[in-house]
Ligand binder design. Sequence first.
Ligand SMILES: Cc1ncc(COP(=O)(O)O)c(C=O)c1O
Length: 485
Amino acid sequence: MDSNGHLFLDRVFGILKEETSDQVPLINFKHPKELEEILRDDLDISQPVSDCELERSVRKMLQYSVKTNKAIFRNQLYGCPDHYGLAGSWIIEAFNTSQYTFEVAPVFTLVEIKILKHILNLFGIPEGDGIFSPGGSISMLYALVAARYKAFPIVKAKGMRNLPDMIIFTSEDSHYSIRKAAHWLGFGTENVRLIKTNDLGQMVMSELDTAIQKELALGRYPLMVNATAGTTVLGAIDDLEVAADLCKKYRIWMHVDACWGGSLILSSKLRNRLKGIERANSISWNPHKMMGVPLQCSAFLLREKGLLHEANAAAAQYLFQQDKFYDVRYDTGDKSIQCGRKIDAFKLWMIWKARSDTGLERLTDHVMEIAEFCLSAVARKDGFKLVTVPIQCPNVCFWYIPTFMRNKVEDEKWWETMHKITPKIKELLTVSSRLMVAYSPLHHHKNFFRLAFTFHPVLDEKQVLDMLQSIEECGEKVTLSMLQI
Ligand SMILES: Cc1ncc(COP(=O)(O)O)c(C=O)c1O
């Protein structure tokens, strides 16, 4: 290998271009044991290999990997990366540094400050503070730590003993990370109150009000309301204005999980769907979802400046010395729970620099238009049945009802069969490499599909119709005997 490995890196770049080209399938699906057998020699690390052998193994492994850059990868809330973001990602990997101090990341520190400022302005809390975290689940930990510290600063030194029972409110459709965070931070999952949602998936605010009053009457401490702007499955946005009113009335920390729907802030036409978010105490937004920043890139924003530092700082003397030769206020790392921290802000900055607010607004509007187009196509097509209308985020949820199931009484038995049909269609779509699409049950709804749309690749209507066509064709291949009922 040449001394700095550039030759090898050039060859890897060539492999990447070939293995993500239009000609390669989305997925060459193999079951785990079968795949283990196919890749046995490639996975083996007992002996060193030549660069050529390594290249062969890498190529083979990529052939069995999912090509998330394709339009037909609709399995998750992330997808094809924005190529400017991908370039940013390569640059920060190559420069291999950490975001904690100005001395090792002088430019990247300024980039993070700049991009956070821009985002804080967009979300309507220009005087706030923020940090990039490794994902929405970690941002949820940040939110709870900030809320708890604000209510009981003593917690940092003394822990939770002698503190009242703290209660966290969230909707039953909110992301599961809040329950994990409640466990990790010692609140306990039983102290998370799941508030009912309406048919669209929004938290029922009267139920939230009642639940808060009930906890107060029992002498417990209502710590945080987590309102969701874009639920994971239905894409519902809670009424943030009413949530803010309730939080103000009862003096509760308001967090908005805008990990998915926060991208609507980029559009002047759509951002009113997030009205009230500017009143939140904290907000989490994942540019690595809809916007296509390469994983991971999650912004945690806070209204009160200084609190993030106060709540999290440990003032390690070997790293955050106060007698350094430069302005140490630029050492931002002590606000973080992490020590070493990737330069996620740079990926986002690359995209913003290349596209500007205007370009991002166009992409946001387009993704919502495509989702609306999909919604109306699903509503029109025989055999398709929508779960919810209207939509607030680019999530379209529906069932495909094969011909043999139509014109029958939709009783419990019928729905039990539908519950098995949806995953079977998904299996057929995946193994034929036609489409990777998510499915889920929700409350009383049996398994249904969720097509969620992201900025990249920029889709046209024909591509959406092709996806529905694939679902229809695979759906028509399903027979009762396949379902083991
Ligand atoms: C609404 C919502 N919040 C939070 C998260 C968690 O984000 P992450 O996967 O970055 O931890 C998700 C993930 O899908 C989500 O949909």
